[in-house]
Design a protein around this ligand. Structure first.
Ligand code: GSH
Length: 212
């Protein structure tokens, strides 16, 4: 199986995902894009994947699907809009957009409250009250990991009121260690890069102001 790291406009990649988005996989002659479809495929295609990742039981499976669909219209919409417009845009050659960042933060904050009060309700460590993680925990925690690239102050303002969410992120990290750190290595590189960019910009601004 190939996890693709090609340029998104590369002709080869377009054959795999004409939408020009990651993630996408190739398993033999089978090509697939859309993160949740990929997670479901991976949980089913290999024999011996523990049942808790994507349970055979139809009712538990349907509930996981329900979380995954909610993720795309709520948590993802808020987190991706906020992070792109508040921090990530310069790394992609785009301008920051404070208005869109504020809109994204509002959606994200409302989604975090719902996550805490509904999907994480009860005493279980994971989503839907489970004591073991499912593919939904992977998808939703992964979405929130992108907040790492924000300035610490922005990240804390959004995340720190949600203690249960923070605890659940830690449980999911522990349950998937050491792979968790491995898959997020690139993210931490981007975090360092943006930190350097921000501090260079702020010292340049100070120099300009002191000369005015
Ligand atoms: N619904 C898709 C969304 C995929 C998506 O938006 N991917 C982003 C990265 S998270 C991307 O490839 N962005 C590159 C671009 O927009 O050029 C999924 O869940 O796979």
């Amino acid at each position: 199986m190939m996890l693709l790291c090609l340029s998104l406009s590369n002709g080869g990649f377009l054959e795999i995902n004409p939408m020009k988005l990651v993630p996408a996989i190739v398993d033999g002659r089978f090509k697939l894009f859309e993160s949740h479809a990929i997670l479901i495929y991976l949980a089913c295609v290999f024999p011996g994947v523990p049942d808790h990742w994507y349970p055979a039981d139809l009712f538990r499976r349907a509930k996981i699907q329900s979380v995954l669909d909610w993720h795309h219209t709520s948590l993802r919409r808020g987190a991706a809009t906020f992070v792109l417009n508040k921090a990530l845009a310069p790394a992609l050659g785009l301008p920051l957009n404070p208005k869109l960042a504020a809109e994204g933060e509002k959606i994200l904050t409302a989604s975090l409250s719902k996550l805490e009060s509904f999907w994480l309700k009860g005493s279980g460590k994971f989503l839907l009250g489970g004591n073991q993680p499912s593919i939904a925990d992977i998808s939703l925690v992964c979405e929130l990991m992108q907040l790492e690239v924000l300035d610490d102050m922005d990240r804390n303002r959004v995340l720190s009121p949600h203690k249960k969410v923070l605890q659940w992120i830690e449980y999911t990290k522990d349950a998937t260690s050491p792979h968790f750190d491995e898959v997020h290595r690139v993210l931490f590189k981007v975090k360092e890069m943006l930190k350097t960019l921000r501090s260079t910009e702020s010292s340049l601004n100070k120099k300009v102001q002191s000369r005015m």
